[in-house]
Design a protein around this ligand. Structure first.
Ligand code: HEC
Length: 103
């Protein structure tokens, strides 16, 4: 009878170990979001953002022109209002900065 108990406990222990290692395996995806945030920092530069998104509706020719900082501010805000999901706020600032510096 006592032997049976011990056997039950041993089996329970094995099950517990199996479950916890199983949980550990399941919890590895938990580390993925932090990996993803580690992946995001190679964030696109202003240049890449402009080359990638601003040419969806017109060519770069339309963009490449000398403009004052105020004009860039105005243009980029107008473009953003056409396609608000184009950039996050941070990306938008990077784009504006790039355009103001570059053109
Ligand atoms: C959703 C489509 C769309 C996207 C995306 C877009 N544009 Fe435009 N863009 C337009 C349209 C349409 C016009 C012409 C009408 C106007 O000026 O509002 C224009 C005009 C412009 C002009 C004025 C050109 C001129 O001849 O004066 C500039 C500068 C410009 N875009 C820059 C950009 C930049 C920089 C981006 C990226 C941040 C961008 N656009 C993204 C649609 C877009």
């Amino acid at each position: 009878m006592l032997k049976k108990r011990i056997l039950q406990i041993v089996i329970l222990l094995f099950v517990a170990i199996f479950v916890t290692t199983g949980c550990n395996k399941n919890s590895t995806p938990d580390t993925e979001p932090s990996n993803q945030t580690a992946d995001t920092p190679p964030a696109l530069t202003g240049e890449e953002l402009v080359n990638g998104r601003c040419i969806e509706c017109h060519t770069m020719d339309r963009i490449k022109r000398d403009r004052s900082n105020e004009e860039w501010d105005e243009h980029t805000h107008r473009m953003l209002s056409k396609s608000p999901e184009m950039f996050t706020e941070e990306e938008f600032l990077r784009v504006l900065e790039y355009l103001q510096e570059q053109y």
